[in-house]
Design a protein around this ligand. Structure first.
Ligand code: ADP
Ligand code: MG
Length: 283
C-alpha cells in the first residue's frame, strides 16, 4: 500500500530543523501515532539532498536503536515526508532540561543510554555509515527508556574505506578534534575514518547528561566557533567529581581521547565494564 498525506491528521509540531518540520500525526484508519518529518517542495537543493540521504540510510538500517522508518511519500506540491515511529519522551535534550522534574540522571541511567546508543552506532558503523551529528537533540527516547539514534541528514555512507570525511557538517559543539585538525588528531596522513568522531560525540553527550550542561564550556556560555574549537582541541577533559565510579570515568576517557586512533570503537566499548552487563530491557 502506498501512503498519502491525506491518510494522516497532524496533531502537533514536535520540532523544527533546518528546512523541515517534524509533526506528531495520527493515521486516520488505524489511529496509530507516528512522527512525520516534512521537507517542503520549495526548499533549497541542500535540504532536499539531506532528506533523500536520510531516507536512503533509514532504509538500509534495521536496529532496535535506530529510529524506524515506516514509509516515505511525496506530495504533488513536491513536499517529501518520512513517516517514523513516534518516540514519546522526545529527545535526550528534553531529558537534560527536565532532569529535576521527573527523571533523576544517575550513572545507572547513563549506562543504559550509553549501551543503547553504542548498539545503534555499532550497527551503523558495521554498515559503513557515519552519523556525524550525534548529540542530545538527535537521540530519541520513549517511556520505556529505549533510546534510538535519529536525524541522518548529514550522515555519510563510506563507499571506500579510505574515503576521508572531513567536511564541516553537523553541530560544531560535538565535533571531534580530528574534524578540526586531521593532521594532529587523525589516524595518520591527515585522513580520518570518521567512525571515531561519532564516539567522541557520544562521550560528550553522556557527559552533558551527567553534568546537565554542555561539558566543555562554563554553564550558559554561548560560544563562537573559535572558542569551541579551542575548547575541543586544546582544552582539558572536563573533570568529573570524585564520587563518580571508576568505570564511568574510564568509559568517558575512552570516548574523549583527542587522538582519534586511541579512541575505542563502538564494538570495543560495548565490552567496557561500564556498559557490558547493563540490562536496559523493558521489565
Ligand atoms: P533536524 O534535521 O531538523 O534536526 P530531526 O530529525 O532532528 O530534524 O527532528 C527535529 C526534532 O523533532 C527533534 O529534535 C525532536 O525534538 C523531534 N523529533 C524528530 N523525530 C521524532 C520522533 N520520531 N519522535 C518524536 N520526536 C521527534
Ligand atoms: Mg536534529
Amino acid at each position: 500500500t502506498t501512503l498519502a498525506a491525506s491518510d494522516f491528521e497532524k496533531l502537533q509540531v514536535l520540532g523544527h530543523g533546518n528546512g523541515g518540520t517534524v509533526y506528531k500525526v495520527r493515521e486516520k484508519r488505524t489511529s496509530n501515532i507516528y512522527a512525520l518529518k516534512v521537507v517542503h517542495g520549495d526548499s533549497d537543493s541542500d535540504v532536499r539532498r539531506q532528506i533523500l540521504r536520510e531516507i536512503s540510510i533509514l532504509r538500509r538500517t534495521d536496529s532496535p536503536h535506530i529510529v524506524k522508518c515506516h514509509g516515505v511519500f511525496e506530495k504533488p506540491c513536491g513536499d517529501i515526508a518520512i513517516l517514523m515511529e513516534y518516540m514519546d519522551e522526545g529527545t535526550l535534550d528534553n531529558l537534560i532540561k527536565n532532569q529535576s522534574k521527573n527523571i533523576n540522571m544517575n550513572e545507572e541511567l547513563i549506562a543504559k543510554i550509553a549501551k543503547q546508543v553504542l548498539q545503534g552506532l555499532d550497527h551503523l558503523h558495521a554498515h559503513k555509515i557515519v552519523h556525524r551529528d550525534i548529540k542530545p537533540s538527535n537521540l530519541l527516547v520513549n517511556k520505556d527508556v529505549i533510546v534510538k539514534i535519529s536525524d541522518f541528514g548529514v550522515s555519510k555512507m563510506m563507499c571506500r574505506t579510505l574515503d576521508p570525511c572531513n567536511s564541516y557538517v553537523g553541530t560544531c559543539a560535538y565535533m571531534s578534534p580530528e574534524r578540526f585538525d586531521p593532521e594532529t588528531y587523525g589516524t595518520g596522513g591527515g585522513n580520518y575514518n570518521g567512525y571515531a568522531a561519532d564516539i567522541w560525540s557520544l562521550g560528550l553527550t553522556l557527559l552533558e547528561l551527567y553534568m546537565g550542561h554542555f561539558p566543555l564550556l562554563p554553564q550558559g556560555q554561548r560560544p563562537d566557533w573559535a572558542t569551541l574549537m579551542c575548547a575541543i582541541c586544546f582544552g582539558d577533559r572536563p573533570s568529573l567529581p570524585d564520587s563518580v565510579s571508576e568505570e564511568f570515568r574510564s568509559f568517558i576517557e575512552c570516548c574523549l581521547q583527542k587522538d582519534s586512533s586511541k579512541r575505542l570503537s563502538a564494538s570495543d566499548l560495548l565490552l567496557h565494564p561500564f556498559v557490558k552487563d547493563v540490562d536496559y530491557s523493558v521489565s
